[in-house]
Design a protein around this ligand. Structure first.
Ligand code: 13P
Length: 254
């Protein structure tokens, strides 16, 4: 059975002090058995080394929000995969729509980063999703398929199941507009079908596909109850213990 992965993308929120306070109360509130659920927090780079010791001995994994596709070198302002590993990261978010939209990330660049993350022993959470304009034009499936095909380019089958795909419709991010469970399920099923054609039904059956975009305690149970939705990539609601904990609980199968 595929695990359910609930990840919190903190985006550009919480400084080092706020990180310590949050992680302390968050881990204290995680008193229940997680069963098949994996929990990941992805703070800003400056908080990773703060979070690492606080998460040691807890079931919560650490992730970063971006990564350089280079190993090291004269790349001012960039962070290498090895640096992320040295502060305890297991996961790294790649190609978030905010990075595609504001920082010029392309499908090719996302593929380079996915391959570098895999080669470096990090688990990429690779983001895909259509804009409102694309949805209204009826090109959601073709846009998302292009992104999914691109991110898996030259990724061998044995590595493919280490990739987590996050389907995040851009129009649902930070807007309070969630895709309906049916809309999300339809795209997730399409993505899984595509992974079957790229690799095999066995690989497609093992790959985790998260939904992201205004996930909240109020809609998490229904979204996570869909057959092809295997987790959530949570923005705003992961910043407060009171809203992140119920989303994690929603991922625990009864
Ligand atoms: P919100 O949950 O704030 O809509 O953000 C979703 C997201 O972008 C997670 O990566």
């Amino acid at each position: 059975m595929r695990p359910t992965i609930i990840a919190g993308n903190w985006k550009m929120f919480k400084d080092a002090h706020e990180t310590s306070a949050f992680i302390a109360s968050f881990t204290k509130a995680l008193t229940f058995e997680l069963k098949n659920v994996k929990v990941v927090v992805c703070p800003p780079f400056t908080s990773l080394a703060v979070a690492q010791p606080l998460l040691a001995g807890t079931p919560v994994a650490l992730g970063a929000q971006n990564m350089s596709p280079e190993d090291e070198g004269a790349f001012t302002g960039e962070i290498a995969p090895k640096m992320l590993k040295s502060v305890g990261c297991t996961y790294v978010i790649i190609g978030h729509s905010e990075r595609r939209q504001y920082f010029g990330e392309t499908n090719d660049g996302v593929n380079r980063k996915v391959r570098k993350a895999l080669a470096s022993g990090l688990l990429p959470i690779a983001c895909v999703g259509e804009t409102l304009e694309e949805r209204e034009k009826g090109v959601t499936d073709s846009v998302v398929s292009t992104q999914v095909k691109a991110l898996f380019k030259d990724v061998p089958e044995q590595d493919a199941t280490r990739v987590v795909i996050a389907y995040e419709p851009v129009w649902a991010i930070g807007t309070g507009k969630t895709a309906t469970p049916e809309q999300a399920q339809a795209v997730h099923a399409m993505i899984r079908g595509l992974v079957t054609s790229l690799y095999s039904s066995e690989t497609a059956g093992r790959i985790v596909i998260q939904y992201g975009g205004s996930v909240k305690p109020e809609n998490a149970v229904e979204l996570l109850g869909q057959p092809d939705i295997d987790g959530a990539l949570v923005g705003g609601a992961c910043l407060k213990v009171e809203s992140f904990i119920p989303i994690i609980r929603a991922g625990i199968a009864p």
